[in-house]
Design a protein around this ligand. Structure first.
Ligand code: PMP
Length: 448
C-alpha cells in the first residue's frame, strides 16, 4: 500500500503518515496517533470531520443519483443549495454559479465581470487589480492575480502581469498615522492605480477581505473597506471579494464582508462551503450584474462538475449544520477566546511579533525583533520547523512565508468552527510546548 504513494508527486518533502479517520476536530493516522486539526486542513473543514448528520444526507443523495449533468436535468440539491446560499448572503447578491474549488471560483468571477462589461458596451475594461501579497489560486488566471512571487515567477512570461497594489500590512508601519488614517492611505493606493492604468481599462479589483495563506489573517483597518467600495463605485470598477477562505462562517459571520457592511459585486467562495465533504465552490453576484449577461446569450463558462447533485447535497448539509448547530456564532465566540490565548503567548515568547485575525481565522507571526518587526533569519526555516514540532506533538497548524514569500514566517491557527474552549486550551498546551522546543533549538529567548 505504501508503495502507491511514490507515484504521487505532490508531496515529496516530509512524507506524512497515512490518514485513517477523522472525528470532530481530530484526525487519526494509521498508527492510531491523534492530531488536533488546528488549521481545518487548509481552512476547509469548518464543521469538523465525519459529521454523521452530514454523511447521512450525502449518503441519501448517493443512493438516488451521484451525477446528472446540469444541462440535462435540474436537481433539487443544486437549486436548494443556491436558495440557501442566497438567504445567507447580504441583500442583493442573489444569483449563484457553482464550481468545484477556489481557483475556479476566482476565474469564474473574473470572467463574469468581463462579460458584464461587454454587455455595458465597455470592451476596453479588462484589467483586474489585486494586492501584493495575496493568494487567489494557482490556475493561470487566478495565479495572475496572486501576489506571491515564489509561485508566480516560473510562469510569469505566460501571464499578462495584472496590476497590483500593496496589501494593508499596517502592523509593519512605523508612521505617526492613526489606524483609520492608515486604512485610508492603503485604500488610496487603489485609486492611484486605477488612474495610472486608465480607468476605462480597469474591469475589477479583487481582494481577500481578510488575508489568508499569503498574509496570515491580515485584517485591514475598518476605514479601508468602505473607502475601497467608494473608489470602485467612483470608477465603475467591480469589487470582487475572494471569500474562498473567509466565507461560510470562518470569521464569525457568514461572509467576512458583513463585518464592515460591504456588499461586493461578486463573491467567490469554496473551502468551508463544501467543508471537506465535497469539492465545491460558488460565485454569487446580483441579478443586476448577471441578467444582462444571460440576456446577451449567457455566461460563456462552466465546468463539467459544476452544480453536480452529490457535491451540492454535501454543501447543503454543511450550511444546514452551520445553522442548526449555531456554528457561526460559536466561531465568533471561540475566536475571541483563541485570540486572547494567542496574545497571552506574546508575554512568554518575545519572538512572536504579531497576533491577528477575526473569528476562527487567526495567525501569529514570528520575528527577530518585535519593535522593528525584522523577520527571523531565513536559515531557521521557522515556518517549516515550528509546524513540524507541533505536528510531532499532535497539533496541525498551517504556515507560510509572509510578506510576499520573501521573508517572515506566519502561522495560521484556524480550527473547525465546532471547537470548544477546553479544546482550545488543549491546543494551546501543545502549541506552547512546540514553541518552547523551537526556542530551545534556536536559542531564541523565552520570558519565564
Ligand atoms: N483564494 C483564496 C483566498 C484561497 O485561500 C485559496 C486557497 N488557499 C484559493 C483562492 C484557491 O483555492 P483552491 O486551492 O481551492 O483552488
Amino acid at each position: 500500500m505504501s508503495d502507491a504513494a511514490s507515484y504521487l508527486f505532490y508531496q515529496t518533502r516530509n512524507p506524512r503518515p497515512f490518514l485513517d479517520r477523522g472525528e470532530g476536530i481530530y484526525l487519526f493516522d494509521e498508527n492510531g496517533k491523534r492530531y488536533i486539526d488546528g488549521s481545518s486542513g487548509a481552512m476547509v473543514s469548518n464543521i469538523g470531520h465525519s459529521n454523521p448528520r452530514v454523511l447521512a444526507k450525502i449518503k441519501a443523495q448517493m443512493d438516488k443519483a451521484t451525477f446528472g449533468y446540469r444541462l440535462h436535468f435540474r436537481t433539487h440539491p443544486s437549486e436548494d443549495l443556491a436558495a440557501k446560499t442566497v438567504l445567507l448572503m447580504p441583500r442583493g447578491l442573489d444569483r449563484v454559479f457553482f464550481v468545484s474549488g477556489g481557483s475556479e471560483a476566482v476565474e469564474s468571477a473574473v470572467k463574469l465581470a468581463r462579460q458584464h462589461a461587454l454587455t455595458q458596451g465597455q470592451p476596453k475594461r479588462y484589467k483586474v487589480i489585486s494586492r501584493f501579497p495575496s493568494y487567489h489560486g494557482c490556475t493561470f488566471g487566478a495565479l495572475d492575480l496572486t501576489g506571491y512571487d515564489p509561485l508566480r515567477e516560473p510562469f510569469a512570461p505566460m501571464m499578462r502581469g495584472m496590476p497590483k497594489i500593496a496589501a494593508p500590512a499596517t502592523y509593519l508601519d512605523r508612521d505617526n498615522l492613526s489606524e483609520a488614517q492608515r486604512g485610508l492611505k492603503y485604500a488610496e493606493l487603489l485609486r492611484d492605480k486605477i488612474i495610472a492604468e486608465s480607468p476605462e481599462t480597469v474591469l475589477a479589483f479583487v481582494m481577500e477581505p481578510i488575508g489568508g495563506a499569503s498574509t496570515g489573517a491580515l485584517v485591514a483597518p475598518d476605514s479601508y473597506y468602505g473607502r475601497i467600495r467608494e473608489i470602485c463605485d467612483e470608477f465603475g470598477v467591480l469589487l470582487i471579494y475572494d471569500e474562498v477562505m473567509t466565507g461560510a462562517g470562518r470569521t464569525g459571520r457568514f461572509l467576512a464582508a458583513e463585518h464592515w457592511g460591504i456588499t461586493p459585486d461578486i463573491v467567490a467562495m469554496s473551502k468551508g462551503f463544501g467543508a471537506g465533504y465535497a469539492p465545491l465552490g460558488a460565485i454569487v453576484a446580483g441579478a443586476r450584474l448577471v441578467e444582462p449577461v444571460l440576456d446577451a446569450g449567457g455566461f460563456l463558462h462552466g465546468f463539467t462538475y459544476a452544480g453536480n447533485p452529490l457535491a451540492c447535497s454535501a454543501g447543503l448539509a454543511v450550511l444546514e449544520e452551520l445553522e442548526e448547530q449555531n456554528l457561526i456564532e460559536n466561531a465568533a465566540r471561540m475566536g475571541e477566546v483563541l485570540m486572547a490565548r494567542l496574545r497571552e503567548l506574546m508575554d512568554r515568547y518575545p519572538f512572536i511579533g504579531d497576533v491577528r485575525g477575526k473569528g476562527l481565522l487567526t495567525a501569529f507571526e514570528l520575528v527577530s525583533d518585535r519593535e522593528t518587526m525584522e523577520p527571523l533569519p531565513t536559515k531557521l526555516n521557522a515556518y517549516d520547523r515550528l509546524v513540524e514540532l507541533a505536528y510531532a506533538r499532535g497539533l496541525i497548524i498551517y504556515s507560510r512565508r509572509t510578506r510576499g514569500g520573501t521573508s517572515g514566517d506566519h502561522f495560521l491557527v484556524a480550527p473547525p468552527l465546532i471547537i470548544t474552549e477546553t479544546q482550545i486550551d488543549d491546543m494551546m498546551v501543545i502549541l506552547r510546548d512546540a514553541l518552547d522546543a523551537f526556542a530551545s533549538e534556536t536559542g531564541l529567548p523565552v520570558s519565564e
